[in-house]
Design a protein around this ligand. Structure first.
Ligand code: OOG
Ligand code: MG
Length: 261
């Protein structure tokens, strides 16, 4: 077994067994190796029958960088096994110490197989939706280095995507509200995401190109959280609303249930 395979197996079993592990020792692997570990850990999911659905970006907003103390843009892979139902019940028992954060999700219209400019990006997008990511670090106390979190698929664990629309005009500076039981717990703007969430498509295209990968039409791109994340508790109704009135992307919601034994 190699360092890559060992770390990937450890992270995959932590996720699958819902048990946190220690961070890796400092400089145990490089950032490039961390991405190899991420791929290898997702390969475990694929071998269990999960299907790749797209990618997620992380640390695209100041709020997230400040919350976690990391200021490099990172990316991870999404599978169908991570998708939770809009309006459904999310079983917290599937997670270790889940947090939720408000995002926007894009649906691609064409394959992305090379770096795009911002002028080109919109042409590759079919639709946009309000979304929430459920992040769940496999590391104890949600503490990690840049390399650790990349190896851990950037804490990705679940995603909830609302209704698709083509409200691209609303996207640049729409109010974002994350609510627990109707009460605001985080407020912000879509502008917090790279100054304009559409830029996440440009970033995604560059990252994919750098990794020698492409993304088929019909893939999801999670743009990254607009605000800090909030810890989930059982029984809470969680909703993310983006924009208002005619400049609205709509909302997405779920009820958190069960969880820590
Ligand atoms: C890492 C993932 C960051 C985002 O949207 O910025 C991320 C973490 O916070 O655990 O998903
Ligand atoms: Mg996120």
């Amino acid at each position: 077994m190699s360092l890559i395979d060992d770390a990937a197996a450890l992270l995959d079993s932590a996720a699958f067994g819902r048990e946190a592990i220690e961070q890796f020792p400092a400089e145990h692997f490089t950032l490039a190796q961390a991405y190899d570990i991420q791929r290898a850990s997702i390969a475990h999911r694929i071998s269990r029958g999960e299907v790749l659905k797209g990618i997620k970006l992380g640390f695209t907003s100041r709020a997230k960088m400040v919350q976690m103390g990391i200021d490099s843009l990172i990316w991870g892979l999404l599978t169908d096994g991570m998708i939770e139902e809009d309006g459904g019940v999310v079983d917290l028992g599937r997670y270790i110490h889940p947090r939720v954060e408000p995002e926007v999700c894009f649906l691609t219209r064409r394959a992305i197989d090379g770096p795009l400019t911002s002028l080109e990006a919109a042409d590759f997008i079919e639709a946009v939706a309000p979304a929430m990511e459920i992040i769940d670090s496999r590391y104890r106390n949600f503490r990690f280095s840049l390399e650790d979190v990349v190896a851990d698929n950037c804490s990705s664990a679940g995603l909830v995507v609302g209704s698709w629309s083509r409200s691209f005009e609303a996207l640049g500076n729409a109010g974002v509200r994350l609510q627990f039981d109707g009460r605001d717990v985080q407020v912000g703007s879509t502008r917090a995401i790279l100054g304009q969430p559409m830029r996440s498509i440009v970033q995604a295209s560059r990252l994919l190109h750098g990794a020698g990968m492409s993304l088929p039409a019909g893939s999801l791109i999670m743009a990254g959280a607009a605000t800090a994340a909030e810890a989930l508790q059982s029984g809470v109704h969680v909703e993310c609303r983006i924009g208002t009135g005619s400049a609205s992307l709509g909302s997405v919601a779920f009820v958190a249930s069960g969880g820590a034994a």
